[in-house]
Design a binder for this molecule. Structure first.
Ligand SMILES: C[S@@+](CC[C@H](N)C(=O)[O-])C[C@H]1O[C@@H](n2cnc3c(N)ncnc32)[C@H](O)[C@@H]1O
Length: 251
């Protein structure tokens, strides 16, 4: 039941086309690309790659990219794109969180953008160890997810106390966060995902053995604000949290 709600959420979202026109594209994918810099000849895994937008961008920069996603519809779109413009990206339909992903190679870079939002508890925590084991020594992991402060984002998040909404969102619990959001292109959508506290996220990544190198709370720059004045909320409150973690070369 819960999984179905979350599934509907992926299917009704708006990350299909290749232009940079969503908060996720601008504040996460663009930031990840600049954080990674030169990816030539790097083996890269994108977990929850969706329709493969980031895979294509990384492949065009010379990376050897594998993209996995558990939704057939997303992988089909990605494969169609690959058939239309072959870049050598390997896509497969895999459920990373229920353990059916195995690889005979280690990756230099692993990325998971907005995938952990659908998991909590053990599945959330154990995923970081799996990622750690799939990375080569000195490999980099880029985690990106919704910022925990999103509970404060707007009234629909259930944080603000109103007469009509007596149930309060509890920051310290992995509750489902249901919010109405307006995309940069104007469509309204019902976002449903799990809230994770800042400490839970950071400590789970550290517990897997990673060294955290950088934490980014992306905020639109002046140029981005000019192009998308709708970003005004992200100027006062971060929508996303990006964590750059490294598997140590000696362990
Ligand atoms: C919010 S979308 C983000 C897509 C892409 N990473 C991006 O940044 O544009 C989350 C994606 O994670 C995928 N996903 C969720 N759970 C997954 C799992 N267990 N294994 C693989 N992919 C999963 C969904 O199907 C969806 O395509």
């Amino acid at each position: 039941m819960e999984k179905d709600t979350l599934k509907t959420n992926y299917l009704t979202s708006f990350w299909e086309d290749d232009s940079f026109n969503s908060r996720l594209d601008i504040l996460v994918k663009k930031r990840t690309l600049s954080l990674l810099g030169n990816v030539k000849n790097k083996k890269i895994l994108d977990i929850g790659c969706g329709s493969g937008k980031l895979c294509r961008l990384l492949s065009k920069k010379g990376g050897f990219v594998t993209g996995i996603d558990f939704l057939k519809s997303q992988i089909e779109v990605a494969k169609q794109q690959e058939a239309g413009q072959p870049l050598g990206i390997k896509y497969s339909q895999k459920d990373f969180f229920s353990n059916n992903f195995e690889s005979d190679q280690k990756f230099n870079i692993i990325i998971s953008h907005l995938v952990h939002v659908y998991y909590k508890g053990k599945a959330f925590k154990n995923s970081f160890k799996k990622i750690y084991n799939l990375l080569s020594k000195d490999g980099v992991y880029i985690y990106a997810s919704n910022h925990p402060s999103r509970v404060f984002y707007n009234e629909s998040s259930g944080w603000i106390k109103t007469y009509h909404n007596p149930k309060r969102m509890n920051y310290f619990k992995n509750e489902l966060l249901k919010m109405k959001l307006i995309s940069l292109t104007g469509s309204v959508f019902n976002n449903v995902d799990y809230h994770h506290t800042f400490s839970e996220t950071v400590n789970s990544i550290i517990a897997a053995g990673f060294v955290i190198e950088k934490i980014i709370e992306p905020s639109p720059n002046n140029e981005e604000m000019k192009e998308f004045p709708q970003f005004k909320d992200e100027k006062r409150l971060p929508a996303f949290l990006i964590i750059v973690a490294r598997k140590p070369s000696i362990n």
